[in-house]
Design a protein around this ligand. Structure first.
Ligand code: NAD
Ligand code: 13P
Length: 342
């Protein structure tokens, strides 16, 4: 039997954390080729190419410092080389950079390949509507695309603490294979069919995490923050029911739903930077540059994309928390007015 070749497209903190799992799991089964390619957006670190540092030290010293990646993971700055003859494409780069990546990949993917997106965000179409990333990948590359979401803070997963993930599987025959590729004794994976809800929960929780960050920056305490989380969850559910069809209520109780919402509202980068936004009064994009050392936030741009669509459809008032988060980042309303708006 021909072994399945796997490629990881992206090498940020989550890309590297998941490469630790995938790079070890390919050794456990004959299903997989034992070499996993990882596309690295090339950067120069202290005079050396990041991809060369990863291949010689097996560490991404910029995005996941202190963690050794398996030697099965081979970094390359050449995107086309990374995906040539590959059967399973794992997309794990900030959504801001996906379009350009797909421009390069279009027409170069094996026709039988499948994708799985770990990206938490939306794609915005030219007319201002938002599109699920998995659907966008399918439309550009003509491959099926599943998703893996969940309460997975990169450093914690890299530390191999117990956590869970949710796969929304678009390709029935891939259920077992994805489980074999991603599951470990410390990373428990549930596979569900409700792909759209899994993905939308992953994108929208980042907006709620920003609101939770504002609450922390204002020193409001746990009861206020959990009220924000509850209201946020209701908006996520309403958004999914309004714009996507056929969601299962049980999906919200998987790791991609309630768990990721809590993990992000207590421990994520969106929360942290939004708290600092309140404390320092600087723009969120300046704070991202100052604090995250190249890592990227998804919450503010997702709030903007959602707002553009809601405004176009005259639905801003139906989603007061999503709307307030965007308007706060835009300095249209003060964070202190958040509670008045929701
Ligand atoms: P990151 O924020 O840690 O790092 C940013 C990445 O963007 C780096 O790999 C950098 O090289 C790359 N980059 C910078 N400029 C680029 C360009 N012009 N073109 C292409 N790439 C460029 O990245 P991440 O956290 O791994 O995020 C990837 C996705 O994973 C996001 O959608 C995020 O929401 C999701 N995610 C992240 C975590 C986490 O804890 N970090 C957990 C779950 C899901
Ligand atoms: P942040 O991007 O806010 O760090 O969230 C990471 C995440 O998605 C945790 O599941």
């Amino acid at each position: 039997m021909k072994r399945l070749k796997v490629s990881i497209i992206g090498s940020g903190s989550w890309g590297c954390a998941i490469s630790k799992i995938v790079g070890k799991n390919v050794l456990k089964r004959n299903t997989f080729d034992k070499r996993v390619t990882m596309w690295v957006y090339e950067e120069i670190i202290e005079g050396r190419n990041l991809s060369e540092i990863i291949n010689s030290t097996h560490e991404n010293v910029k995005y996941l410092k202190g963690h050794k990646l398996p030697e099965t993971v081979v970094a390359t700055p050449d995107l086309v080389e990374a995906i040539t003859d590959v059967d399973i494409l794992i997309f794990v780069l900030p959504h801001q950079f996906l379009k350009r990546c797909l421009d390069t990949l279009e027409g170069k993917i094996k026709s039988t390949a499948v994708g799985i997106s770990l990206i938490k965000g939306f794609q915005t179409s030219v007319d201002g509507d938002i599109e699920l990333i998995s659907k966008y990948i399918t439309s550009r590359l003509k491959i099926q695309c599943s998703v893996l979401m969940g309460a997975n803070i990169a450093n914690e997963v890299a530390n191999e603490v117990f956590c869970e993930g949710t796969i929304g599987c678009a390709t029935k025959e891939m259920k077992q294979t994805f489980k074999e590729l991603f599951e470990t004794n410390y990373f428990r994976v549930a596979v569900v069919d409700d792909t759209q809800t899994v993905e939308a929960c992953g994108a929208l929780k980042n907006i709620v995490a920003c609101a939770a960050g504002f609450s922390d920056g204002l020193l409001y305490g746990n009861c206020t923050k959990t009220a924000i989380i509850r209201i946020g969850l209701m908006e996520i559910k309403m958004f999914i029911n309004t714009f996507l069809s056929g969601s299962e209520i049980s999906t919200f109780f998987e790791s991609c739903g309630i768990s990721d919402l809590f993990a992000s509202c207590y421990g994520g980068r969106n929360r942290k930077c939004s708290a600092l936004f309140v404390e320092k009064g600087k723009s969120i994009y300046d704070l991202e540059k100052e604090i995250l050392n190249g890592q990227r936030l998804q919450g503010p741009s997702t709030a903007e994309a959602v707002n553009i669509m809601l405004m176009k459809k005259g639905l801003e008032k139906k989603f007061p928390l999503f709307t307030a988060v965007h308007r706060i980042f835009n300095f249209e309303i003060s964070p202190r007015k958040l509670l008045d708006h929701i």
